[in-house]
Write a protein that binds this ligand. Sequence first.
Ligand code: SAH
Ligand code: SF4
Length: 385
Amino acid sequence: MSVTLDLSRATKAPAAPAPVNLSGLTRAQLTATLVEAGVVPADKARMRVAQLWRWIQHFGVTDFEAMTSIDKATRTALAERFTLARPEIVERQVSNDGTRKWLIRTGPGIEIESVFIPGVGRAGALCVSSQVGCTLNCTFCHTGTQALVRNLTAAEIVAQVQVCRDDLGEWPSPKEDRQLSNIVFMGMGEPLYNLDAVAGAIDIISDGEGIALSRRRITVSTSGVTPELTPLGERTQAMLAISLHATNDALRDELVPLNKKYDIAALMAAIRAYPGLSNARRVTFEYVMLKGVNDSPADARALVNLVQGIPAKINLIPFNPWPGSPYECSDWGTIETFAAILNRAGYASPIRTPRGRDILAACGQLKSESEKVRASTRRKLAAAE
Ligand code: SAH
Ligand code: SF4
């Protein structure tokens, strides 16, 4: 028996590991990474990390050479081992209403969408994604038709903010008159199924020595992952938004299937217990207006009853259609009647005007082309890069 030894694989040089990107690390991770690499001695780490942090998160630099307060030898050592590069922007679209949308690629088959909407919040809100795709299948949501590809890392969430600020020219962090004043976790994915990364990202973007966005200007929207509400509040002190959309279990089971697991009563109890909830820190209820489905005056009255006693705002969202969607948006008059009932009961209920419709950037319209690929295929793609 003859045996042929195939040496072709063995002779191929192994691909060098990609340098670690420092721009999405928490302070603790940054410290550990620098000390471990021997670039910074442990006893000097605190001071060095404070310096680096300011360059990365306050000035937004993407080149170690720009860090003029750091000596040349250290800058060179950093550049040899690490990177600050932004991810690739596959597509950038600007709507005729000023809304901007980016498709960002952070790895093979990993495409993330984020949307900046001027005139929302204090000045402008960035809608960030927490996952590529979603495991939940809300029937009115385009993302819900896409399988979950994977959770995003904290760095990938922070990168969305950094890309937006690059585009707005908003470095170093302005003290006032910011264009990007609010962050909403209302892009692709269910943030409470990725709480560790979401909490890490919020730590980075709210750090006072960096991007310095107040936690009160950061809103996390959930379809109702009830057991994670208290951990969310305790870990992030973020503002809470709940995608309610229906006031009885039969209808909510249909629209938001997660309701079968955590019903309305359980959800409302968890909301009432949300850490820090007060008149100054209200929960936002989101309610998508679906023609003939959940938009009657009786539904409006049921909504008032349901949220009674909770410091709340109600956001009515006109349904944004997408190709093949099974619903229609309620008529304008119906939405106004609905809003008037809420207003009479004392709830400010702004009707969220759809933004960026021409570039499919409105709520629930995000669906990337990323498909779930087998891990083995992903490894092959990564090796080929
Ligand atoms: N998964 C989270 C956050 C992302 S969705 C959640 O469900 O809350 C952000 C908001 O957009 C949610 O309130 C969601 O219900 C709403 N939404 C989804 N599809 C929509 C559509 N086609 N039209 C209007 N709003 C939609
Ligand atoms: Fe997922 Fe939110 Fe869309 Fe539901 S509405 S499918 S939870 S992204």
